[in-house]
Design a protein around this ligand. Structure first.
Ligand code: HEM
Length: 185
């Protein structure tokens, strides 16, 4: 994945746990990179190793690290570095999710070798929708998507519930999240 993903993991760990913990995680993951370069692709495997080492060092399941990282990605990386693109995507959580399938098409203009996730929205109502998610990557990123959705809920001050109703590990080619919120009065 592009360096900005690893950079965001580094930023999250450093701000929550300090530089020494980050150094330990990097050493345990056998990652010898001093400062990730945002627009340079790194092997996916390196990112998975960092998550596994963080899980070990922080004594938390990898799913929890990925969820926290999803929230951090929206509320810090995306909003701080790509605020205009994020805000242009939607004025409400519902509008944002409906346009999410097109967001990475714009991101590809900045990062041409992107291997973006694919999304589509179904069963749309005023208080929720089913978000379908495809990835070309190894299994296990669902908690990351869940964290991203929680982050979006916070971005729009809309408390959100997320339920994984179909998991690609169970024979399907993609996962489905049932996302719901209080309909505006
Ligand atoms: C402007 C904001 C955003 C930018 C710049 C961005 C950029 C990226 C980049 C660079 C990657 C790594 C892919 C690669 O290197 O091949 C990625 C992956 C991903 N992004 Fe975004 N993204 C943004 C917003 C979002 C949002 C709001 C979601 C919400 C669901 C999202 C979901 C994902 C997922 C799930 C992946 C993992 C890749 C996979 O599933 O295969 N992104 N994004």
């Amino acid at each position: 994945m592009y360096g900005l993903v690893n950079k965001a993991i580094e930023q999250m760990v450093r701000s929550n746990h300090g530089a020494a913990v980050w150094s330990r995680i990097k050493a345990a993951a056998d990652v010898d990179v001093e400062g990730f370069i945002s627009n340079r692709p790194y092997p996916d495997e390196l990112t998975y190793r960092l998550v596994a080492a963080a899980s070990e060092a922080l004594d938390a399941p990898a799913e929890e690290i990925l969820k926290a990282f999803g929230e951090h990605w929206v509320l810090h990386t995306a909003l701080e570095s790509y605020g205009p693109m994020m805000r242009a995507t939607g004025k409400t959580l519902r509008e944002f999710l409906l346009r999410l399938p097109h967001l990475h098409t714009r991101v590809e203009l900045i990062y041409p070798d992107l291997r973006p996730p694919q999304f589509s929205c179904h069963e749309v109502s005023d208080s929720g929708l089913d978000l379908h998610y495809w990835t070309t990557r190894p299994p296990g990123l669902e908690p990351f998507v869940e964290g991203l959705i929680f982050g979006l809920g916070k971005m729009f001050s809309t408390p959100v519930r997320v339920e994984l109703i179909q998991h690609r590990e169970n024979g399907s080619d993609h996962s489905v999240f049932r996302v719901s919120w209080e309909a505006a009065a």
